[in-house]
Structure formats: structure tokens, C-alpha cells
Design a protein around this ligand. Structure first.
Ligand SMILES: Cc1cc2nc3c(=O)[nH]c(=O)nc-3n(C[C@H](O)[C@H](O)[C@H](O)COP(=O)(O)OP(=O)(O)OC[C@H]3O[C@@H](n4cnc5c(N)ncnc54)[C@H](O)[C@@H]3O)c2cc1C
Ligand code: HEM
Length: 400
């Protein structure tokens, strides 16, 4: 427990540290990663370069400090970050390293008196202990420990352009699925696996870790995920261009809190809305399959997918097949290159998406998510915001 004086020092200094937040975090990553190159096997170097990540970690420590009087309010956020950490295999012994470089950056950038640095050291420890505790429970429940080897048994295009490729992988060890081989029993539809590879160029010989959503729950004994070729993307290019059937890759166990609200599976008065862009359709396909398998066939379902063109649309046949098993479904495809409009306020109104009881699931790039969430936020009066669920294919914290 922190003393009252430590807590008041923390609260008084948060604004100054936040003002220098970007400098502190950049300095923090630069020092930590150059002096601990092993950590480059965990951190996504590209995220540092593009600026997607530098603010997330250190700024979250500052944000957490605002609740230093009652850190329990942070548990939902800690849980969500914990899923990412668990997927990346962040361990308790990593926390003191992050703490050391965070405090050192505060000293180097702001140079506050020693008593302030001491207070922040103590506060970091308390915050880190909360993360370590939450993650300990997650590790205890993970499907397998660490990184397991999988063989690629199939690799196929999911769209006409070939820009999104599905991988079917089978574990070398039988302990992953147990004896019955039923994959649908062991992960939540909507979750992702994390792939660990060592691309021969572009990552200085370090591992590169990337999350990919599981896009099928029907085939036992395998995982299926689909990778979109990202412009200049390290791992997506490596997997699509260089990794072939028969090759081995390593996976950590399914993770993530993006899943259907199971209490509504049989409630026809709660329409189910899926909205995705590009490869964002992947976790939603697993969820759609779950609804088809376990839910009411008469529950209204609207599937909205946006892609540049029909050539880019992934999983067209699978989606058509799943929707055809339902009695009250609608399939809306938007091709942005073909002047078919965009998802905007008018579209949401015309398609009656913002119904008060709609249960909405959104997935895609950060910009797509920000656009849609912004639109839905403006409709807060009409729609119960608790039934809005989303998974960006980037740091979740960067969504408004
Ligand atoms: C929860 C979650 C689930 C996901 N599920 C999926 C999924 O099912 N399918 C899928 O395809 N993806 C998914 N992703 C995204 C995936 O994890 C990777 O981020 C994606 O494949 C890109 O990785 P990459 O190594 O190819 O690109 P990176 O090398 O990490 O680069 C990312 C982007 O940064 C930019 N960039 C790279 N280098 C530079 C540079 N030098 N200068 C400027 N810009 C640069 C490029 O625009 C590139 O597109 C998911 C992400 C999350 C967080
Ligand atoms: C209290 C301390 C920590 C806080 C507050 C914190 C916070 C965060 C946040 C907010 C994210 C973004 C999550 C998202 O995608 O939405 C993140 C991601 C991440 N964290 Fe942590 N973290 C902490 C400790 C650590 C430690 C000890 C490590 C390991 C050394 C670590 C490694 C990572 C990695 C690798 C990512 C993924 C981003 C990337 O690859 O660039 N974190 N963390």
C-alpha cells in the first residue's frame, strides 16, 4: 500500500509527465531496446517506427497512476492488456526491466527531485503487481504453455486477388487439442493465435510476433487463420511469400476477449450486426459460425463487409453458406473502389443498424474502427453502447 504522501506526489506530477509523454516513451523504448536486445524478440520493431505503440505502454502507466487511490477501477483495461501480454508471453521478470527504463526516462527528460522519482518507482511497482497478478491467472488457464510447433498443412487464397491467404496448421504435439481433436471446444470464437517466426531479413535475426484471428471453428484438430498482405509488412510478406505447406511455425495459445455475448444467442429481439473491413472479417466468421451452430436460426443477422473491390472480398462462399443456414439474414457487401458509398451515418440509418437492441461486432484496421466507433458514439442515445464490441488489428488502446 502506498503512503498518502507518495500518492499525493504521484497525482501532483502526472500532468507534467503527461506533457512530456511522447519524449519519455520514445527515450524509454530507445534505451530499453538498445540495452536489452533480447526484448526485440517480443516487441514489434515496426510498431515503434510507425508510432503505433510508443505511446501505449508508458502512457498507460501514467494513466493508471491517475487512479492510484483506487486501482481496482483499472481491472477491465488491465485484463484486456493482459490478454495481449499473455499472447506475447510477457513474463513477471520483464516488469522490473520496464520499470527501470521508465524511471530512467522520467529522470532524463524531466529531471525531477529524487523524492518524486522514488514515489514513481513505488507507484510503478504497485501497478506492475496488478498486471502480474491478472496475467498469472491467465497463464494458469492457457491452452498450452509457451510456443508450440505447428506444421502448415494447407495454404490457400481466400479472395480472387490473392491478397488474403488462409493458413491451416496442425500441432506437432497431440497435447494441444487433447484426444478428441475438437478445436471448437478449446477457444472462444473471436480469439486470435500469435505466430512467432524469424524472417531471414528485415528483423535483425530477431523473432517477430504477430496476432492472427482464428477464422474457422468447424474443422477439428487444426487452427485456421488468414493473413492479409500488408504494404511493406514484414511477417505478412514472409508468411505469404516464403512459408509453404510442410513448413513449421510456432504459435502461442488462443487469447483475447473479443467474443459473442452468449446470453443473446437465442434472443431474436436482439439483432446481431457484424461489420468488417478487409481481413477484419476473420474473427467475425468464427462468431457467425458459433451463432449458426448454437443460436436461434431466426435471430436477425446483418453481415456488412467493406473491401476495395469484389476481387478483394475474402471468404465470400463461406459467408454465403453460413448466412444461408439462417432464416433472417442479410449480406451487405460494399466495394469502395466501385463508388458503392461508405459506411456513414446515412448508411447506418437506412440499413437500420443503430437499433436500440442491436448487438454489434466490429473488426478491421485502426482507421476503419475509429470511423465506425465515432459514428456509433454519435448515436449513443439510440443504441445501448454496452452492446458494441470491437477488435482493432492494432493496439486497442489507440481506439478513441
Ligand atoms: C488482435 C489482432 C488480431 C489480428 N488478426 C489479424 C488477422 O486475422 N489477419 C491479418 O491479416 N492481420 C491480423 N492482425 C494484424 C497482424 O497482427 C499484423 O499486424 C499484420 O499482419 C501486419 O504485420 P506485418 O509484419 O506484415 O507488418 P509490419 O511489418 O508489422 O508493418 C505494419 C505496417 O506498418 C507499415 N510499415 C512497415 N514498415 C514501415 C516503414 N519502414 N515505414 C513506414 N511504414 C512502415 C506498413 O504500412 C505495414 O503495413 C491482427 C492484429 C491484432 C492486434
Ligand atoms: C505496468 C507495466 C505495463 C503496462 C502499463 C503496459 C501496457 C501496455 C499496453 C497499453 C499495450 C497495448 C495493448 C493493446 O494492444 O491494446 C501493451 C502492449 C505490449 N506490451 Fe505492455 N505494459 C506493461 C508492461 C510490459 C512488459 C513488462 C513487457 C515486456 C517486456 C511488455 C510488452 C508489451 C508488448 C511486446 C506489447 C505489444 C506491442 C508491441 O509489440 O509493440 N509490456 N502494453
Amino acid at each position: 500500500m502506498l503512503s498518502a504522501s507518495t500518492r499525493s506526489i504521484i497525482k501532483a506530477t502526472i500532468p507534467v509527465l503527461e506533457q512530456h509523454g511522447v519524449e519519455i516513451t520514445k527515450n524509454f523504448y530507445k534505451n530499453m531496446l538498445s540495452e536489452n536486445p533480447k526484448l526485440l524478440d517480443i516487441f514489434n520493431k515496426r510498431n515503434q517506427m510507425t508510432g503505433a505503440q510508443p505511446t501505449a505502454l508508458a502512457m498507460t502507466v501514467l494513466a493508471a497512476a491517475k487512479h492510484i487511490d483506487d486501482l481496482t477501477v483499472l481491472l477491465p483495461q488491465v485484463t484486456q492488456i493482459g490478454y495481449k501480454h499473455r499472447a506475447l508471453q510477457v513474463q513477471p521478470e520483464h516488469y522490473p526491466i520496464v520499470g527501470k527504463y521508465l524511471i530512467r526516462s522520467i529522470k532524463e527528460i524531466v529531471n525531477p527531485p529524487q523524492e518524486i522519482l522514488t514515489a514513481w518507482k513505488e507507484a510503478y511497482q504497485v501497478i506492475a503487481d496488478i498486471f502480474i497478478g491478472v496475467e498469472k491467472d491467465m497463464y494458469a488457464k492457457e491452452l498450452w504453455k509457451g510456443w508450440e510447433k505447428f506444421t502448415i498443412i494447407n495454404k490457400l487464397s481466400t479472395n480472387k486477388s490473392g491478397s488474403i491467404v488462409e493458413f491451416v496448421v496442425k500441432p506437432l504435439s497431440s497435447k494441444v487439442f487433447g484426444n478428441n481433436g475438437k478445436s471448437s471446444k478449446i477457444f472462444e470464437p473471436g480469439q486470435y493465435i500469435t505466430v512467432r517466426t524469424k524472417p531471414p531479413t528485415g528483423n535483425d535475426g530477431h523473432y517477430a510476433l504477430r496476432h492472427y484471428s482464428i477464422c474457422d471453428i468447424e474443422t477439428p484438430g487444426v487452427f485456421k487463420f488468414a493473413v492479409k498482405l500488408a504494404d511493406k509488412g514484414l511477417v505478412s510478406h514472409y508468411l505469404i511469400d516464403d512459408v509453404n505447406v510442410g513448413d513449421e511455425i510456432e504459435l502461442s495459445a488462443p487469447s483475447g476477449d473479443f467474443s459473442l455475448d452468449h446470453s443473446l444467442l437465442n434472443k431474436d429481439e436482439y439483432p446481431l450486426i457484424f461489420m468488417s473491413s478487409g481481413s477484419g472479417a476473420t474473427p467475425l466468421i468464427s462468431m457467425l459460425q458459433e451463432q449458426v451452430m448454437k443460436g436461434s436460426p431466426t435471430r436477425p443477422i446483418v453481415w456488412i463487409q467493406t473491401n476495395k473491390s469484389e476481387l478483394e472480398q475474402p471468404f465470400a462462399e463461406t459467408i454465403e453458406r453460413e448466412l444461408s443456414k439462417l432464416k433472417n439474414s442479410e449480406n451487405i457487401q460494399i466495394y469502395t473502389n466501385q463508388n458503392m458509398g461508405r459506411i456513414d451515418a446515412k448508411f447506418l440509418e437506412e440499413k437500420n443498424i443503430v437499433r436500440s437492441k442491436a448487438d454489434i461486432y466490429i473488426c478491421g484496421s485502426l482507421s476503419f474502427m475509429n470511423d465506425i466507433i465515432g459514428l456509433l458514439e454519435a448515436e449513443k442515445e439510440t443504441h445501448d453502447y454496452h452492446r458494441l464490441h470491437y477488435e482493432p488489428f492494432g493496439p486497442k488502446m489507440s481506439i478513441a
